[in-house]
Design a protein around this ligand. Structure first.
Ligand code: LIP
Length: 272
């Protein structure tokens, strides 16, 4: 199997993210979107999430029928090409349902398990964050660099909360111990956008536990290609257990603060 050209995958992801974005805006303006519930009463899905995922899946298979696809709303096809697409058709569905700013279309392409291209599109702001491996990150075509702040007390750090009450209780306890140590906290409601904002230097760091692959795949590449360090709690690859993204000037400090907080909260260093 020959490795695909990441820029070819990136242009397909860009085209489909913009089309799906246009569809979600149109459906929000015209359709009465009554959300269904997923894993909890606050975990919502709408007809727009499903329609956007179908649009993206059909677009990929039309051009690349041998690729694998994993999507939040159920797309799960095995291919033979070695390329896998990881899709979140609407990341930040709660923001979408409440017509709040900050929902995104997130599309990542992996080659043999490594993300090589990624797009995070914010349709309401018409901001398209993009990256391919080794080629840097951009927003609407302009290059991105993460911030260089190095004093945690002067940093804006973003985080997020899951859908399960027990998980949220532990996440809140960690937030209580982190808040006095940082400049300020943001809860944007879309992990993909949180990671894109780290890449753009709009925030100085982000952490969250309990994310699915589709929430962070594209954003993690974009943040890394903008110079940020993206790990779990123990210098490993970002995972469902933990995603920490921050510039090199702040990542070690943020990581040690989080490690201490999780050790305190759960006595085991994690909030399973
Ligand atoms: C959301 C994430 C967000 C997290 C939410 C939710 P969804 O994804 O992007 O960071 O805090 O709980 O998981 O469910 O809107 O695709």
């Amino acid at each position: 199997m020959t490795a695909p050209d990441p820029t070819t995958l990136l242009s397909l992801a860009t085209e489909l993210a913009r089309s799906a974005g246009a569809l979600t805006l149109e459906m929000r303006a015209t359709a009465r979107l009554v959300p269904d519930l997923k894993s909890s009463v606050s975990d919502l899905v709408t007809a727009a999430d499903r329609a956007a995922e179908s649009l993206i899946v059909d677009g990929i298979l039309a051009q690349r029928p041998d690729d694998s696809i994993l999507g939040e709303e159920g797309a799960d096809t095995e291919g033979t090409s070695g390329v896998r697409w990881v899709i979140d058709p609407i990341d930040g569905t709660s923001n979408y349902v409440y017509d709040l700013p900050g929902y995104t279309i997130s599309i990542a392409a992996e080659w043999e398990g490594t993300t090589v291209a990624g797009v995070v599109f914010d349709p309401k702001a018409d901001e398209l964050f993009a990256a391919s491996q080794g080629a840097g990150a951009t927003m609407n075509g302009s290059p991105l660099r993460c911030s260089e702040r190095s004093v945690l007390e002067q940093c804006i750090i973003a985080t997020g909360f899951g859908y399960q009450p027990e998980q949220r209780r532990v996440q809140a306890e960690v937030l209580v111990s982190v808040l006095p140590l940082v400049g300020n906290i943001r809860r944007l409601g879309s992990a993909a956008l949180d990671l894109a904002y780290v890449a753009a230097g709009r925030t100085d760091g982000y952490w969250e536990t309990g994310l699915n692959a589709w929430d962070a795949a594209a954003g993690a590449l974009i943040a890394a290609e903008a110079g940020a360090i993206v790990t779990d709690l123990d210098h490993g690859a970002p995972s469902q257990d933990m995603v920490i993204a921050a510039p090199p000037s702040i990542h070690p400090t943020l990581q040690s603060v989080l490690k201490a907080a999780y050790t305190t909260v759960s006595g085991q260093g994690r909030d399973d």
